[in-house]
Design a protein around this ligand. Structure first.
Ligand code: F6P
Length: 475
């Protein structure tokens, strides 16, 4: 096939657009869920790139004749079609019921099934074949996330001319956990097909190096692994957001109006506490709700003055752990509202919805206290979006120590979400924080995100990849 002269080939499980079918059966293309897309898409706006990925629908769906748009802005799109069975075994199964819990501190039991593994291999082969086909000679190929860990080696075996980078958006577990994976050696071997492997936090990078040493006996020199006569650089690149985009939206008149409207609709409470998460068991929504309820019960929070808005974005609804989590969260919301709400004034406002970007920014602006309390999170971009939205310089962020963002956002109220007393105390500290202190800590958060936006993140990764020099965590 004829290869277009792309500057960059990007590949992720999902394309930045996903097909959504409305009640009339009409297909619309909407932004795909998750932090990967919301970060990567703005970072590519100035590049002649092609993005290879899945459209979020099954290849056998009736609406498959509605083709994926050819491009999104300057970025060309190239679909890798998946069948319903592949989605079940590779995406819902191996990636999200096997790897996802394992890579997040084994918070839920993983399923390890050979049938799912075979589908993971087959889908990774399919992605690699597409890349081998479309990548121009000597191309730079940037592969993303845990769904595609075998692609680097598969691609290298077919195209020795290309330069291959991989970035893992989620944590890489310590060897004691990773070694549970029946196909642990194959996964590490797959990643070692890269020239550069990037992680969110230094600990993820050192966990990966330890696994490579343990399983494949590789030689290492600082952040470089030597394997099969090929150097693989390993580095830390904490991902970020499009700060300017968030700030511009936050400053808009429509956002300010919507923010006031939201406050009024909530009954003009003294303090709006806010949670915004994909409805994932890693996010700690249940314990957050329990902490809120305990504070209402003890009288440290008052339903007439304090309300909680919890946005829970639907995600991976076919996977049982997610169904269980939704059930538990919704039971808790019902119980808390039943006990503490007044007619017309719920104390928890729960939205199981995907909100448009503008609405989300208005909500961030309306939120006096943002609760980001995951048990484990690669980075957590909600924390960064909240700080970027608060152009008024006010607002408090309560942030889990176990989110990657905690390394940088040290002006947040940091908390161990497993410790219920500490979590309650962190909420009280945030709610009662004096205005002067709030403003000074928010200034610290905003300084930090201005130092590292997503364009800088992509630039650092890609220049490191192009230079082929050892990656460093400091620049
Ligand atoms: O970074 C984690 C991640 O799995 C991304 O790969 C993905 O884009 C996002 O979360 C949302 O998940 P999903 O694609 O399964 O809806």
């Amino acid at each position: 096939m004829e290869q277009e002269p792309y500057d960059l080939v990007v590949v992720a499980n999902r394309l930045p657009l996903a097909a959504e079918t409305d009640e009339t059966g009409e297909v619309r293309w909407v932004r795909s869920p998750g932090g990967l897309v919301s970060s990567l898409e703005p970072a590519l706006r100035l590049k002649r790139a092609v993005w290879v990925g899945w459209s979020g629908r099954a290849a056998s769906d009736d609406d498959v004749d509605v083709p994926v748009p050819e491009s999104l802005g300057p970025c060309a799109l190239r679909e890798v079609p998946l069948t319903a069975r592949q989605i079940e075994l590779y995406y819902e199964g191996f990636a999200n019921d096997g790897l996802w819990p394992l890579y997040h501190d084994a918070l839920r039991e993983s399923t390890y099934s050979s049938e799912q593994w075979d589908a993971y291999v087959a889908v990774n082969e399919r992605f690699a074949a597409t890349l081998a086909d479309i990548a121009p000679p000597d191309a730079i190929v940037w592969i993303h996330d845990y769904q595609l860990q075998l692609v680097p080696k598969m691609l290298r075996d077919q195209r020795s001319d290309v330069t291959i980078g991989f970035f893992l958006h989620i944590p890489f577990p310590p060897y004691e956990l990773f070694s549970r994976l029946p196909w642990r050696t194959e996964v590490v071997d797959g990643l070692l097909g890269c020239d550069l492997v990037g992680f969110q936090r230094p600990k993820d990078a050192s966990n990966f190096i330890a696994a490579a040493v343990e399983l494949l006996g590789v030689d290492t020199d600082d952040d470089t692994i030597e394997y099969a006569n090929h150097p693989i650089h390993v580095g830390t690149f904490p991902i970020s957001i499009d700060v300017r985009d968030v700030e511009e939206t936050a400053a808009g008149r429509a956002t300010r109006q919507r923010m006031s409207q939201i406050r009024a609709r909530l009954g003009d409470p003294e303090v709006i506490l806010l949670g915004v998460d994909r409805l994932d068991y890693t996010k700690g929504i249940g314990l957050r709700l329990k902490a809120f309820a305990a504070l209402l019960e003890s009288g440290q929070l008052d339903p007439e003055r304090h309300v909680l808005v919890q946005v829970a974005t639907p995600t991976r609804e076919a996977v049982e752990h997610y169904q269980d989590e939704r059930h538990q969260v919704e039971q808790l919301v019902g119980a808390i509202n039943g006990r503490y709400s007044r007619i017309g004034l719920p104390v928890v406002h729960y939205l199981y919805q995907t909100l448009p970007f503008d609405e989300l920014i208005a909500l961030y602006r309306a939120g006096d206290v943002m609760l980001v309390t995951p048990f484990r999170d690669g980075m957590n971009l909600v924390a960064k979006e909240y700080a970027a939205s608060h152009i008024d310089g006010d607002g408090v962020l309560v942030l889990s120590e176990f989110a990657g963002a905690a390394d940088e956002l040290t002006d947040a109220v940091l908390v161990n979400p497993h410790d219920d007393h500490a979590l309650q105390q962190a909420i009280v500290t945030a709610v009662e924080m004096h205005r002067h202190k709030r403003r000074s800590r928010m200034a610290g958060l905003r300084d930090q995100i201005h130092k590292s936006d997503v364009q800088g993140w992509a630039h650092r990764f890609l220049s490191q990849l192009a230079a082929g020099s050892p990656a460093s965590s400091s620049d």
